[in-house]
Design a binder for this molecule. Sequence first.
Ligand SMILES: Cc1cc2nc3c(=O)[nH]c(=O)nc-3n(C[C@H](O)[C@H](O)[C@H](O)COP(=O)(O)OP(=O)(O)OC[C@H]3O[C@@H](n4cnc5c(N)ncnc54)[C@H](O)[C@@H]3O)c2cc1C
Length: 292
Amino acid sequence: MKPASFDYYSPASADEAVALLQKFEDDGVDAKIVAGGQSLMPMLAMRVARPEALIDLRRAVGLDHIGENNGVIAVGAMASKSAAEESPLIRAKQPLFHAATRLVGHRQIRNRGSVGGSFAHADPASEYPAVALVLGMEMKVLGPSGPRLIPADEFFVTYMTTSMESTEILTEVRMPALPAGTGWAIQEFARRNGDLALAGVALTLPVAGGKCGDVRIAAFGVNATAVRLTIAEEALRGQPADQTSFARAAAAGAQALEEPMTCLHASAEYRRHLVQTLTARCLAEAAGRSGH
Ligand SMILES: Cc1cc2nc3c(=O)[nH]c(=O)nc-3n(C[C@H](O)[C@H](O)[C@H](O)COP(=O)(O)OP(=O)(O)OC[C@H]3O[C@@H](n4cnc5c(N)ncnc54)[C@H](O)[C@@H]3O)c2cc1C
């Protein structure tokens, strides 16, 4: 199928894009931002989405930076996933985000798909929302009244829904550098390499004196949005960083999941089982990386 017809706009700046969104909102025109098009274009082709106007961010300057300021790594929303994957800064200072990026789709999709697009799209099976919860990331958005920062736990609302207003665009995502002595891991299960995950787990595990510190764990592909496994986190805090603690926490975390999704490929119970297995494996992998 081919997309329904739409008007095409190519603003030269983020401000211009926001002004267009505001104008269309005022005129009652259904407008959508397009970034890399890797999720939106198939939706247009299948006519799941039929916006009357498309606002393409590719020519908008100043949205594709990758840099660090005072220990905070900032990635422009229009930086491609390949640029994030190839960034020496991200590889060295935030290896969890780097590893998550490499799990997204195939190389061709990472070449075209933007980092910001995956945050804005908020697919429950996407790796980035889970990593954002684990790292306590912040999203910088721009609207008619200026920029604002939204913490990750307020950004992802539910299935493909964020707390951005319809006249706002995402301009940057921010994350802290990984502290020394903190292990990390991300693992997922997909039917084929490059597919969106049936379930996945991302976590950070600080270890000091053989004991777990402030562990942060999130699962994706399981509920309508990525979820923190707080029961597992609490079960680990102050406990020995060993297989017994990891197995107990993984079981408690998976058991506490609220109504995992069911689909053609995986039942709720299968997803729960995947989360338990992947959490235990991630904890063991992260403990190794923590130097423990
Ligand atoms: C075969 C295949 C496999 C895939 N596998 C994975 C995977 O394993 N993991 C994964 O996470 N993704 C996967 N994807 C999706 C892919 O990563 C997309 O690149 C990503 O979801 C969207 O990025 P994009 O730049 O292409 O955004 P687009 O498709 O252009 O836009 C997606 C949505 O976000 C909105 N949007 C985009 N940028 C902004 C912005 N700056 N401000 C406000 N709104 C914005 C758009 O309006 C649209 O609603 C896969 C896609 C395909 C086709």
